[in-house]
Write a protein that binds this ligand. Structure first.
Ligand code: HPA
Ligand code: ZN
Length: 326
């Protein structure tokens, strides 16, 4: 088989996927109609055309604006089910998906509404698609740490439905240490820990250092800037920290600056995985992300296999699934 066919066929695991980032324009319009919300665009094409972005902050504007159509438990169910169906079609077998409860509670949607909708989709996907999914709750780092702590407390009745916590949104001026207490408490509650150290953010090497030494993360989302610091890079390799890299979204936000980063990380022995981040916005689901890497720096079948395996290796799988997938 050629590499592209192998990429399409290989069983995959996705670890860096914002479920709100899978909200396709067509679903935005369908949910707006269902919920009686007026949109200032005629259709999904116009909305996309008139919502350009060039960096993390400008991406987040459209991301938060569009998700206002998510109101009911059924909306969250439909959102997740649409992603699960697309992911399964690309041979994703296991996914750990991020959700941003504060993006919803901050506009009056109850925490339980979000959780119950997502959970029901997870349960149904296991039955109808044989797709296994775990939920990772992300705190929005541009809100105060107290709001994150309150959200953590709100999650405790749903502890069994959530495998870990993460940190996303606008990184500028919002370093990991801002959330030191929140993550310490999350760890004490049994959550596994990850956080975004987004590409080329101001202070990114300090942020990665803090994530490793102060927070004690189990994984890092993005984190490609470790390539600029040999000591940090060696430590990530030695500690077996998984980096969930997103080749297409990196390219969108950073142009060609980090082309080839996935292959360089792989060659250095980092447990790097390939992920789609916000596929509705960056126009590519998981197979497309692997193909992007292959286009940047041609991969052998063995390298594709290693990248796919790294994701399962650094996933937070229950023992029964570990033996099934590894
Ligand atoms: N970085 C930070 N926040 C986000 C992202 C991301 O890649 N996607 C959705 N929220
Ligand atoms: Zn992300």
């Amino acid at each position: 088989t050629d590499v592209a066919s192998f990429i399409a066929a290989v069983p995959k695991c996705e670890l860096h996927l914002h479920i709100e980032g899978t909200l396709e324009g067509e679903l935005v319009f369908e949910l707006a109609r269902r919920n009686g919300i007026d949109l200032p665009y005629a259709d999904a094409d116009q909305m996309k055309r008139e919502s350009p972005f060039h960096d993390l902050a400008s991406f987040l504007v459209g991301y938060y604006r569009n998700m206002q159509v998510l109101v009911t438990e059924r909306d969250f169910y439909d959102l997740a089910t649409a992603y699960f169906t697309r992911a399964t079609a690309q041979n994703v077998r296991y996914a750990e998906i991020f959700f941003d409860p504060q993006a919803h509670t901050s506009r009056g949607v109850e925490f339980g509404t979000v959780l119950r909708g997502l959970r029901r989709a997870v349960v149904d996907a296991r039955r109808t698609l044989d797709l296994h999914v775990s939920l990772i709750m992300c705190f929005l780092r541009d809100f105060p740490a107290e709001y994150a702590m309150a959200t953590l407390m709100e999650s405790l009745p749903y502890r069994e439905w959530i495998v870990g916590v993460g940190l996303d949104s606008d990184e500028r001026g919002n370093p990991p240490v801002k959330f030191e207490k929140v993550f310490a408490r999350a760890r004490a509650e049994g959550y596994l820990l990850t956080m975004h150290c987004d590409v080329d953010q101001p202070g990114t090497l300090d942020h990665i250092r803090q994530a490793l030494d102060v927070i004690g993360v189990d994984r890092i989302d993005h984190g490609v800037n470790v390539l600029e610091d040999p000591a940090l890079l060696a430590e990530v390799v030695q500690r077996g920290i998984g980096l969930t890299v997103c080749p297409i979204s990196n390219g969108f936000v950073r142009g060609s600056a980090w082309e080839g980063a996935t292959k360089r990380l792989l060659d250095t022995g980092v447990l790097v995985s390939v992920n789609s981040d916000d596929p509705a916005y960056f126009d590519g689901y998981l197979t497309d992300c692997f193909l992007r890497v292959h286009r940047e720096t041609p991969l052998s079948i063995a390298e594709v296999r290693t990248l796919a395996r790294n994701a399962f290796e650094t996933a937070w799988l229950p023992t029964t699934l570990r033996t099934r997938f590894l």
